[in-house]
Design a protein around this ligand. Structure first.
Ligand SMILES: Nc1ncnc2c1ncn2[C@@H]1O[C@H](COP(=O)(O)OP(=O)(O)O)[C@@H](O)[C@H]1O
Ligand SMILES: [Mg+2]
Length: 251
């Protein structure tokens, strides 16, 4: 049995029957506003505060904004950056702007996946990362979908090879039921899908573990909430989406 990396997200490790098997590369897919970024911040935070160093790759937002977003949930990463157990890889600014000059790990050309991987490797080695989150990998192949699978495979070799357990955020459109990009779902070791469905005039959040190499897991669609302390998953609340809709308490 592989070692588990506990996400620390309330309710999720129960659904994963203990956590994410070590070295797995997990695709976290969902539409806009489904909680992908918050999930990845929480995963990283739960690592660093428990002595598991981590790296966050910022492709969608300015690294400064990432730190602000995290602090809004009470997750202040600056101390860990100073201590050298957490690093943000800036794959957003391209080194442009005053704030970017203060960043330690800058990808000069964020379009260049090879370069990004070099900077990522350096950050992983420097902090001794056990966890990595990339938000989002979709950005790397939006313009060239045919490269999606290859890009994910390249990342997987590095991430798994260096012993990290990682979350790759994957964007899908509001209506799409897929996982984002041709073939990426096959390259990933795991898939967690976040959803937001409008039901009778109300948006309801749910999460499903579609695939997780190395473990059994819940096969149900679980209700979750985003609170000011982050994501809370309810293992006993199953969401049924079909012609009718309900949230049912089980057990
Ligand atoms: N403090 C909070 N309490 C409750 N919900 C929040 C809070 N902060 C953000 N959210 C919800 O989280 C959503 C954004 O989540 P995010 O992880 O950025 O989505 P994604 O990355 O999937 O686009 C917002 O649209 C809002 O609904
Ligand atoms: Mg996001």
């Amino acid at each position: 049995m592989p070692e588990r990396i506990r996400t620390g997200i309330p309710g999720l490790d129960e659904i994963l029957h203990g956590g994410i098997p070590e070295r797995n590369v997990v695709l976290l897919s969902g539409g806009p506003g489904t909680g992908k970024s918050i999930f990845s911040y929480q995963y990283i935070w739960n690592g660093i505060k428990n002595g598991e160093p981590a790296v966050f790759v910022a492709l969608e937002e300015h690294p400064v904004q990432v730190r602000i977003n995290m602090s809004q949930f009470g997750w202040d990463v600056r101390q860990y950056e100073r201590e050298g157990t957490f690093a943000v890889v800036d794959a957003f600014t391209g080194g442009i702007g005053e704030a970017a000059k203060k960043e330690r790990y800058v990808v000069r050309d964020p379009e260049d996946v090879g370069l990004l991987i070099d900077v990522l490797k350096e950050a992983i080695r420097d902090v001794g990362a056990k966890r990595v989150a990339i938000d989002s990998v979709s950005t790397l192949y939006l313009a060239k979908p045919a490269l999606a699978r290859r890009t994910v495979m390249m990342l997987k070799r590095v991430l798994s090879g260096l012993g990290t357990t990682s979350i790759l955020v994957s964007q899908v459109s509001v209506t799409e039921r897929g996982f984002g990009g041709p073939g990426v779902e096959h390259a990933a070791d795991g898939i967690i899908r976040l959803d937001l469905d409008e039901i009778e005039g109300e948006l309801v959040r749910s999460l499903i573990v579609w695939k997780m190499r190395g473990t059994s897991h819940s096969m149900r669609r679980h209700y979750f909430e985003i609170t000011d302390k982050g994501i809370v998953v309810y293992p006993n609340k199953v969401v049924k989406i079909g012609r009718t809709f309900s949230i049912e308490e089980t057990k």
